[in-house]
Design a protein. Structure first.
Length: 94
């Protein structure tokens, strides 16, 4: 787990708690399981682009903090996509 992802997770938790929103309610609002939101807040699970956008909107994330979330979750999503593409390319070349 990267420090960037951990910081983004703490930021998500902070916004959720300031809005007095439960993990379950946020999860339903962004289309994830509550366990996934808990993993996001712990810094163990990156959000995809759509979930990140929904979370920013629902929690009313300040523009100053938007870049932190997008940078952390976007970098993780791109890394996973590159890994997936590499596996896919390997499978098709065999």
């Amino acid at each position: 787990m990267s420090e960037e992802l951990k910081a983004a997770g703490a930021l998500v938790r902070s916004y959720r708690e300031r809005r007095n929103m439960s993990v379950r309610k946020l999860a339903l609002a962004i289309g994830l399981a509550p366990t996934s939101v808990s993993r996001v807040e712990a810094g163990d699970f990156p959000l995809g682009f759509e979930a990140t956008a929904a979370l920013i909107d629902i929690l009313g994330v300040d523009p100053v903090d938007v870049s932190t979330l997008v940078d952390a979750f976007g970098a993780q999503a791109l890394s996973k996509a590159a890994q997936w593409q590499g596996l896919k390319d390997k499978a098709t070349s065999e």
